[in-house]
Each structure stands twice: as structure tokens, then as C-alpha cells.
Design a protein around this ligand. Structure first.
Ligand SMILES: Cc1cc2nc3c(=O)[nH]c(=O)nc-3n(C[C@H](O)[C@H](O)[C@H](O)COP(=O)(O)OP(=O)(O)OC[C@H]3O[C@@H](n4cnc5c(N)ncnc54)[C@H](O)[C@@H]3O)c2cc1C
Length: 555
């Protein structure tokens, strides 16, 4: 029943004649802050989520037997996050060729919870005017006031199995890299290292589902439905009047408040592009594919199509995995913790939210950073994350992400089964991007060279950094980081007239007057580190901009 404060989502009600001031599509780190801020401002808001509930708080039920009788699911326990690699049935979206969460919370229900205040360059290098670092500070503060994050997720304040962290950080320190508290010093991301910051709280995942969604759900002017997927927006020219929703095997149209209603699409880098294409918004070649698909007979007429470059500007952190081994490193079997947990560990977690299972699998840390200035004068940011995982019992994998400053881009397209496809890989299409990755690998090898007892597994001692980087294919299968951005790029260069942008600097889709996109898909370029915090910050900033926008005059 809509409009009652609730602890679980209502089921969809397609015959409802209710109208809404805002319909927010998608409950990831983009959609949840929006839904909260818009309802906080007194508007009548409906949040539509395609997937099922995740966290026990919201009625989720997927749990191993040792969580029976609790209100916890696999999504709530940080140490069980690796389960996504073992079993993603009913959790991952099936209509993309890449991994994404189609579940309440989106990526924030299934990810490892790594959580970073962005470096000023993250905004300044690629975001448009109005979205530079000083403009974003208020939104940064709002997000971190709601969700401060922690470097010690276990409720006893201890870090468990820190041997890997200690080994690598001692090596970096000896090589002159500096220890920082990452979220206290977001501008220090050059030859620095820190403990891992998570958005977890109370020993559980928490995150936007336990903050923004919680406050929204307490308002009578807020409703949310799970298992309710949006097929397309319904529009007349540039004015959206509602959304077509599919749930429980049927479909129907949920309408906006006439004239002043608005739709915010926050369905993620793949999902938001797909909804736009199905709504007749995108490049002609992609709309032609939709026209030929099962959607064709009910698709908006071609003279109503809005030609903007949806799907271009696709990017993801370029992942490059190195592996070392060291006798001090202690491995923990997080996969076994699902069905056969070490009794003392599961009890510690259940009794007081303490121990190794309050930390993300597979035991991350340290995190470290490097900035490489390219021959083109651009500063490229490298984020490194170490985790206890690899081919040996004493291995650690050191993953390098190339983010801020990278200029390579790919393309997302849609096929006739309406599945989104990464048709042009976005990794290392630019020589200076590649040179930064190679230099970063070399800098790390130099830094860890003197660590006594450390063995390089990958690359081997004899392989050059350049040959090593060349040996890894530049395909999503070998390089993806699951940090996809960019398909609905934000900018002031209107994509209808040869520009690169799909949404303007108020996040409104060009050619429409009440359709917005707010999620990772609007990022013009990447940020330095794992993007969840940055996406929430973008959502806070967008909420303020959208709330300040005047409504169109009544016809
Ligand atoms: C395995 C994994 C690990 C990761 N680890 C980290 C990490 O540790 N730290 C970090 O910062 N980032 C991490 N990320 C990345 C991060 O989770 C994503 O960048 C982020 O969730 C994207 O946010 P979003 O709001 O743009 O989209 P999403 O989180 O993808 O949310 C989109 C939501 O929209 C819903 N949706 C889609 N289509 C429709 C539709 N048609 N109708 C209704 N609803 C729809 C989806 O079900 C989903 O809930 C990870 C990602 C993955 C997959």
C-alpha cells in the first residue's frame, strides 16, 4: 500500500491511478539519494526497482543457513560479498553482457564497500562548469555526514589478518611513499597509501540502503516498488507523461503529475542507456535496432526520436592485476565462509559483529596511489588495491586502476534481443593511457624491490613492465573493474547538434523538458578510485540542481 511508512517495499500496483511528482527509476547509489532528497522536499515520489529486495532490512531472504533466524542476508555481511563470484543467480542483470546488480541497492548491495572521497582532479579534469571541486564540496559534505565510512569495520575496532597490509605498506614506506588517512586527505593521492575505507556501519553493509532509503521510507509521500522494471518513458515530443512498468508478468503505465511531474532515470550505465534507447532517445543506428526488436510495434514514432549520443563515452577503470607472494601473508577462505564458516568467526560475527567476517572479502589493503604526467601534459591517476588472493596460499593480487585523466573511450550498443553489449572496448586505446599504466607498474616494482622474501609471480622478474602490460588483452574479460561510467555523458555541448553530451548540466536529457538521468552513466570521465561515493555525491548535487529548476508553464 503506497504512502504508509514501511520496512519493506510494496508490491507494484499497475492499475493505480495515483500520479507522482517524481518517478525515480533504479535504487543504486545514484537513485537512492535522489529519492530521499526529492521526498524530503515534500514531493510525492515513487522509486521503481527492477530487482528483488537484498538486505534483510527490506525483506531480502537470500542467506546461508548460519544466518537463519536473523534479519541478515548474504548482502548484509561484508565477509560474504565474494559470493557474487560464486552465485549471481537472481541478483545480476541478465540483459547486459557485463556484471551489474539488478537488485535493491544495485551495485551497493553486491560490491565490496570500498568508499573514497574524490580527489579535486576527479571533478576538475572532466566535469563541466558547475561541477568543479569547489561546486561539489557541499555535496561531498552531505554524503559523508550521512555515511562517514570506516577503516575498522569490525565492531571491536580491530583489523583482522593484517599481515598482507603490513607487508606491502612497509615496502611502500621504505621506498618513500607516505601513509595517509585517505578520506581525511583526499587531495593526497600521489605516492601515498592507506588502510581501506568502507561505507559499512555497525558491522554490516549498511550504505545508501541503510541511510537514504531508510529516511525516505519513513515519509508518507514516498513509495517504492521492487520487482518493477521500467520498459520506457512515455512521452509526447520532449515532455514525459509517465513510465511503462513491467511487473508480475504484466505491464502498465504509471503517470506523472500533469505539467510539473518529472522522471529521473538512475538505472546505471547499462540500464539507463537501455531505457533511453527504448524510449526513442539515442543515435539513429541504435534506435533502428530497437525498432526491429520485440519493442518495435509499440515504440515511439521515428519522427519523435531524439538523436543524442547515448552509448558513446563508455569507460571503466582499466584493471591491471599483478601478483606477489610473501611468507607472511595469511589467506582466509571467504568462499567457504558461506556454507562452512569457521565456527568461532561466524559466532563472533553473530554475537557482536566482530572479526574477519565484518571485513570485505578478500581482505583488502593497503590501497595506494600514484599520479603519472603524460607526454600530453595530462595527469593520470592510478589507484592500486591489494587483496589477499592469488595462485598461491601466500599470494596477494595488486590491482591497478587507471581512472582520472584517461582519455580512452568505448561504446555501448544494444542488440535485437535488447541486450546491451560493450561493442567497443574502452581500455588503453590511447598511447599516453598505456604509458601511464606501464610507468605505474614499473614504479610499484621499484618500490617493492627491496622487500625481503617477496616473490613476483606476475610479472616475473625477467619480464619488462611494458611487455607485461602488452601481454594482457584490452578486453572487458581481462581488464574490467565493474566501474562502468559515461554512456549518458553530461556536458554543455548538446548532443543533438554534434556535441558529445546526452544530459545538460542540470542532468536533464537534451530535447526533453522533464526527463533526467542521474547515476554513473552521466560521468564525463572517471574518478581516481572506486566510484560509489562519487556517484552518491553526484546524486546529491543533482538533487539540489533539479529541485532549483523552474517547472514548465501549464499548457
Ligand atoms: C562486483 C562489483 C564490485 C564493486 N565494488 C565496488 C566497491 O567496492 N566500491 C565502489 O565504490 N564501487 C564498486 N563497484 C562499482 C559500483 O557498485 C557501481 O559503480 C555503482 O553501483 C553504480 O551505481 P549506479 O547507481 O550508477 O547504478 P547501479 O548500482 O547499477 O544501480 C542501478 C539500479 O537500477 C536498477 N535498474 C536497472 N534497469 C532498470 C529498469 N529498467 N527499471 C527499474 N530499475 C532498473 C538495477 O536493478 C539497479 O538496482 C562494484 C561493482 C560490482 C559489480
Amino acid at each position: 500500500v503506497p504512502y504508509e511508512p514501511r520496512s519493506v517495499a510494496a508490491s507494484c500496483s499497475l492499475s493505480s491511478k495515483e500520479t507522482y511528482d517524481y518517478i525515480v527509476v533504479g535504487s543504486g547509489p545514484g537513485g537512492l539519494p535522489l529519492a530521499d532528497r526529492l521526498s524530503e522536499a515534500g514531493h510525492k515520489v515513487l522509486l521503481l526497482e527492477k530487482g528483488p529486495p537484498s538486505s534483510g532490512r527490506w525483506g531480502g531472504t537470500m542467506r546461508p543457513s548460519w544466518l537463519s533466524g536473523t534479519n541478515l542476508t548474504r548482502f548484509d555481511v561484508p565477509g560474504l560479498c565474494n559470493q557474487i563470484w560464486a552465485d549471481r543467480n537472481g541478483i545480476a542483470c541478465t540483459d547486459y553482457d557485463q556484471l551489474a546488480g539488478c537488485i535493491l541497492g544495485g551495485g551497493a548491495a553486491i560490491n565490496s564497500g570500498l568508499y573514497w572521497k574524490p580527489h579535486p582532479d576527479d571533478w576538475n579534469q572532466s566535469f563541466p562548469l558547475g561541477w568543479k571541486a569547489p561546486d561539489m564540496q557541499a555535496a561531498v559534505d552531505k554524503v559523508f555526514a550521512r555515511l562517514p565510512g570506516t577503516t575498522t569495520p569490525s565492531m571491536d575496532g580491530k583489523l583482522y589478518l593484517p599481515q598482507g597490509y603490513n607487508t606491502i605498506s612497509a615496502g611502500l614506506s621504505a621506498a618513500g611513499w607516505t601513509s595517509i588517512v585517505a578520506n581525511d586527505q583526499p587531495d593526497k593521492r600521489n605516492k601515498t597509501f592507506s588502510h581501506t575505507t568502507y561505507y559499512f556501519s555497525g558491522g554490516e553493509r549498511g550504505g545508501p540502503m541503510a541511510t537514504y532509503l531508510l529516511t525516505a521510507s519513513q515519509r508518507k509521500n514516498f513509495a517504492f516498488w521492487t520487482n518493477a522494471g521500467v520498459k520506457r518513458v512515455v512521452r509526447t515530443g520532449g515532455h514525459v507523461t509517465g513510465v511503462e512498468v513491467e511487473c508480475g508478468g504484466s505491464s502498465g503505465v504509471i503517470s506523472l503529475t500533469p505539467t510539473t511531474g518529472r522522471v529521473i532515470i538512475s538505472a546505471g550505465t547499462f540500464g539507463s542507456a537501455k531505457i533511453l534507447w527504448r524510449s526513442g532517445i539515442g543515435p539513429k543506428d541504435q534506435l533502428d535496432v530497437v525498432k526491429q526488436s520485440g519493442d518495435g510495434s509499440t515504440m515511439v514514432a521515428s519522427d519523435q526520436w531524439i538523436n543524442v549520443p547515448v552509448g558513446n563515452n563508455l569507460y571503466d577503470h582499466v584493471g591491471t592485476d599483478l601478483e606477489i607472494a610473501h611468507p607472511n601473508v595469511v589467506n582466509y577462505d571467504f568462499y567457504a565462509a558461506y556454507n562452512r564458516p569457521v565456527q568461532s568467526d561466524s559466532q563472533a560475527y553473530l554475537n557482536g559483529r566482530t572479526g574477519i567476517l565484518a571485513q570485505s572479502a578478500p581482505n583488502f589493503g593497503p590501497m595506494f596511489w600514484d599520479i603519472i604526467t603524460g607526454a600530453d601534459g595530462v595527469n593520470r591517476h592510478l589507484h592500486w588495491q591489494a587483496r589477499v588472493e592469488g595462485s598461491r596460499g601466500t599470494s596477494m593480487t595488486l590491482t591497478q586502476y587507471l581512472g582520472t585523466g584517461s582519455v580512452s573511450r568505448g561504446r555501448l550498443t544494444i542488440n535485437s534481443q535488447l541486450k546491451t553489449i560493450v561493442s567497443k572496448s574502452p581500455y588503453l586505446n590511447d598511447n599516453n593511457d598505456k604509458a601511464a599504466v606501464v610507468q605505474g607498474v614499473q614504479n610499484l616494482r621499484d618500490a617493492l624491490d627491496k622487500v625481503s622474501g617477496l616473490t613476483w609471480v606476475r610479472p616475473s622478474k625477467s619480464q619488462s613492465s611494458s611487455a607485461f602490460v602488452d601481454s594482457i588483452p584490452t578486453t572487458p574479460g581481462s581488464r574490467n573493474s565493474n566501474h562502468w561510467i559515461g554512456t549518458n555523458k553530461m556536458g554543455s555541448d548538446d548532443g543533438r547538434s554534434g556535441g558529445t553530451a546526452v544530459v545538460d548540466t542540470n542532468t536533464k536529457v537534451y530535447g526533453t523538458d522533464n526527463l533526467f538521468v542521474v547515476d554513473a552513466s552521466i560521468f564525463p570521465g572517471h574518478v581516481t578510485s572506486n566510484p560509489t561515493a562519487a556517484i552518491m555525491i553526484v546524486a546529491e548535487h543533482a538533487a539540489a540542481k533539479i529541485l532549483a529548476l523552474p517547472f514548465p508553464a501549464a499548457a
